[in-house]
Design a protein around this ligand. Sequence first.
Ligand code: AP5
Length: 208
Amino acid sequence: MRVVIFGPQGAGKGTQAQRIAQKTGAEHISTGDLVRAEIKSDSELGQKIQEYNDRGDLVPDEIIIEMAKPYLAQTDAWLLDGFPRNEAQAKALDDALGDLGFGLDAAIAMEAPDDALVERLSGRRASESTGRIYHVEHDPPPEDDPGPFTQRNDDTEEAIRHRLEIYHEQTEPLKDYYDERGILVSVDATKSIPEVTEEVLRAVGEDG
Ligand code: AP5
């Protein structure tokens, strides 16, 4: 299973990728997590990309492509969350997979209107100990997750709106890109978290 999952900020890409990975054993590769880990390490690269992340801008293509590439060959079952985000990245991904001798099985587009997304993101919390994503109302942390639970630097209303603009301008056209290649599957991301998981599992042929 080699699948990309994309959609507007807050559609639930990370939430679903974590759940599908847990249910299928596939690897969850999140370029957002890679970016945040690099920033947290305070490396030279981390310092360089922090301003892009905090503003809600895309990290330059050449940097993010080099960050993502090594993970593609590590296992034969993965969900790529947050990459590609524009046509240049989609082509770089096709090239990298071509070099490795395989292709994508599906590109999942999570569909949800912008209005629902700002509310979801402002209630988002991530566990620093487990990396799990929660929502204060829709998906509160269970008692066995010790936390602490933190908000992301880019979950300010200004950065969220900016990220959504970039999504519509640069990432949404990937629907046509993958549709033309016959691997696009659209999923209604406004449903409850478990319902969306069922839809995604069906889309990747893992619904038992
Ligand atoms: P990234 O971490 O990928 O952030 P994003 O794209 O802004 O997406 P989000 O994580 O905000 O949304 P999500 O869809 O994963 O939502 P989630 O599941 O958390 O990227 C961060 C930054 O890194 C970028 O801005 C950029 O700077 C850089 N970057 C990363 N990749 C890059 C690339 N390829 N190129 C260049 N730069 C890159 O859910 C959100 C909330 O909603 C949660 O609280 C969740 O509990 C809740 N929720 C989820 N589903 C539901 C549901 N069905 N019902 C109710 N609530 C729900």
